[in-house]
Design a protein around this ligand. Structure first.
Ligand code: ADP
Ligand code: MG
Length: 705
């Protein structure tokens, strides 16, 4: 039986949130912290000392022994270094437990081992972590005990961002400033802030730990590099929203509990499309907190799985031929006086502020499609975007019937006099309630879909930080708002100017609007005709970061310097080559030490059997064994040849100096060589006796969790 969980009681118990601050801090200091959280600026050192002591007292009362600056270097994951609260013992040998304001505000990790993309040579090791008081400190419980974690930004000695958080915070300031200009134009004098809200739906796979540990590919790369398809896949649609099995249910319950304790609003859970695939979605929060929380969600998913004898796979494509995992990044903009700028209301055609915001975002997405595409690129997503699985690598905006109709009216006549309404849904059953219908149906194939009062950016990879997509969204929105505000603030007749601007933006950028099936081949053709970029791979996408267009955008709003952008591009190329290299080496390892020897054993067994049968009875027909021996041996030859070829390609590309050229070489030369090795091994898996097969099959992994 499941236990009774006091959700409200445990929610946030491991977070030093406002209620704890209020309890632990003198009123004056509490106010000072709130002021910095809301309006920026710096906390006086004396106040920081008080906050640090309060945090420490609270953390110790919860059983914490250490603190850590918790940050997000460009590795995609988080980093932490623990320091115990202990001080030097006094003459009696007794230690005190201390934590100062200075230690709270600034950390100095040796930054030389984090990716910097040439921003910092290893001899210039100094990096700083700086307290981000807008994201609350929390206690992380794990095998190492309880650690007080302080969310921080991570910068180099010369102030360049080496992490996700710094540019994210900069982008939030930019969009705040520019969006405020827009709401002011519409007479909103009360709002003092516009912040980006984000809700990230997280997909994941669970597999049995024992089976996982038998697969070197999963251990080293997070995805299977070999594997014949199981007899059954997802074709029956019987997994999506299916009944959650006991073992998985227990996992989900534990996961929710851990997340709630961390103040994360784990809300929705369900089985996803692929066997062994699931999803969790929290309630949206301010972008900065949502990014931090998503990192914690991913980390907690992995940690809790261990307690249930399972492994959580966050890789975008753990199994070929089966749906991979993504992350839907829901994004909207909200004023601090309760207005969602993306809320159309019942009659969007009359909501001029909404229409302007919408037009600005459509313009931004069309102008910077390449940047959005880049922000959703990582090595794993390479197997989803632009591959057979949606969404496509072409950026388009889905508006739905109602808004598309309004937009079309605006483009044609400059006015939108009417708007379609949802009407009623008749079920034909008198005992069922009549439901009111949304004005717009859903679309699951669009990479950037308007979903009621937010945009859902659906391209993001499941394993990636949602930092980059949100930095990009905030930045491109800030630019569009800024350009619109520049024009409108200077206009004599504002109403007319707004009207004209909406029409102009929509007309110029309507090519990016697409409400049809984004997975179809026709769309690829149609998009080409419309001149929309179709950037098929990550290595091709990375260049978007360093175009003049991107540098102008990011420098104008103080989000990235050119040097920071160049360093990020360099890191991405480098990471790409390194990750694919690890995959290729894992394949070489598995093929040479596991698959090929196993197949040789099997052929020996076949050969022995042929002779043995013949010896026992000369008339016996051994044609089946012979046929199998011939077939298996032929594939074995192919495998050995492909293995040699892969090894030699690796030697060749390993010599390339430029990170960019190397990344391209891995995509263009190593990937095909990997595929060539995989093919015969997968064929062999279907031929060879299971007893001889050295690793668990797809069926074992995804149907027997
Ligand atoms: P859908 O079913 O359209 O995907 P949900 O209501 O399930 O929408 O929400 C999906 C995610 O979007 C959740 O994390 C939710 O909290 C988040 N979300 C809802 N409204 C907003 C908003 N205004 N801004 C950002 N995220 C939002
Ligand atoms: Mg959704």
């Amino acid at each position: 039986m499941s236990e009774i969980i006091d959700v409200a009681g445990i929610f946030g118990e491991n977070v030093f949130d406002l209620s704890k601050m209020k309890e632990y801090l003198p009123k004056k200091v509490y106010k000072a912290v709130l002021d910095v959280m809301e309006n920026g600026g710096e906390l006086a050192m004396a106040d920081a000392d008080v906050v640090a002591k309060a945090m420490k007292d609270w953390a110790i009362s919860k059983g914490a022994t250490h603190y850590s600056h918790w940050f997000q270097p460009l590795t995609g994951i988080t980093a932490e270094k623990h320091d115990a609260f202990v001080t030097i013992p006094d003459e009696m040998g007794k230690v005190m437990l201390e934590f100062s304001g200075k230690e709270l505000i600034k950390g100095e990790p040796d930054a030389s081992s984090f990716p910097s993309g040439g921003l910092r040579a290893t001899f210039e090791a100094r990096g700083y972590t700086a307290w981000d008081c807008t994201s609350p400190a929390f206690i992380k419980e794990s095998g190492v005990g309880k650690i007080l974690c302080i969310p921080t930004a991570f910068c180099s000695y010369t102030g360049e961002a080496l992490d996700q958080k710094t540019p994210l915070l900069r982008s939030m300031e930019a969009v705040n400033k520019q969006a405020l200009r827009i709401v002011r134009l519409f007479g909103n004098t009360q709002a003092t802030k516009v912040s980006a809200s984000v809700g990230a739906e997280q997909e994941y796979f669970l597999v049995d730990k024992e089976k996982f540990l038998k697969r070197k590919d999963l251990i080293f790369t997070g995805r299977t590099l070999f594997g014949a398809p199981a007899p059954k896949g997802q074709e029956l649609d019987d997994q999506y929203f299916g009944v959650i099995r006991e073992r998985i249910g227990e996992y989900m319950q534990d996961l929710n509990k851990e997340l709630w304790k961390l103040g994360i609003t784990a809300k929705t859970q369900h089985n996803e499309v692929a066997p062994a695939q699931h999803e969790l979605a929290p309630i949206f929060d301010t972008a900065n907190i949502a990014v931090d929380h998503n990192q914690l969600v991913m980390e907690t998913m992995k940690r809790v799985a261990e307690h249930h004898g399972m492994k959580c796979l966050l890789h975008e494509k753990p199994f070929a031929g089966v749906n991979g995992s993504g992350k839907h990044n829901n994004w909207s903009l909200n004023t601090d006086n309760g207005v969602n700028l993306l809320e159309p209301g019942k009659t969007p055609n009359e909501n001029i502020q909404f229409l302007l915001v919408l037009a600005c975002i459509i313009k931004a997405v069309d102008t910077h499609a390449d940047l959005l595409r880049e922000s959703a690129s990582n090595v794993g997503n390479e197997h989803r975007l632009g591959a057979n699985e949606a969404p496509p690598a072409i950026i388009s905006v889905f508006l739905g019937e109602q808004l598309e109709d309004v937009v079309n009216q605006l483009i044609e006549t400059g006015n939108a006099d009417s708007c379609k309404t949802g009407g009623k849904l008749e079920t034909g059953v008198s005992s069922l309630p009549t439901l009111s219908k949304d004005a717009t149906d859903r679309n699951r194939t669009s990479p950037f879909a308007f979903t009621g009062n937010k945009f859902e950016f659906r391209m993001v990879g499941s394993e990636d930080s949602i930092g980059a997509p949100n930095i990009t969204l905030n930045a491109i929105a800030a630019e569009a708002f800024c350009e619109a505000a520049d024009i409108l603030e200077a206009a004599e007749d504002k109403d007319l100017a707004v009207h004209d601007l909406i029409k102009k933006y929509l007309t110029e950028h309507s090519r990016v609007i697409f409400n049809g099936n984004g997975y179809s081949d026709e769309w690829v053709e149609e998009a080409k005709r419309r001149g929309l970029p179709n950037i098929e791979s990550m290595v091709e996408a990375v260049g978007a970061l360093v175009t003049d267009k991107a540098v102008n955008l990011y420098e104008k709003f103080g989000i990235f310097t050119k040097a920071e952008l160049e360093s990020r591009a360099e890191i991405l190329y480098e990471t790409y080559a390194k990750k694919v290299n690890i995959e290729a080496l894992a394949m070489v390892d598995m093929a040479s030490k596991q698959y090929i020897p196993s197949v040789i054993s099997y052929t020996t067994e076949l050969a022995t059997s042929i002779s043995a049968v013949r010896e026992a009875c000369e008339q016996a027909d051994v044609s089946v064994q012979k046929e199998m021996l011939i077939e298996v041996s032929a594939e074995l030859v192919k495998a050995q040849k492909a293995l040699k070829e892969l090894k030699s390609v690796l030697v060749k590309v390993g010599k390339i100096e430029s990170q960019k050229e190397k990344a391209f070489a891995y995509r263009e030369q190593v990937f095909p060589a990997m595929d060539a090795l995989r093919a015969p091994i997968d064929v062999l898996e279907m031929l060879v006796d299971k007893e001889y097969w050295p690793v668990p099959s797809y069926g074992d992994l995804i149907f027997e969790v």
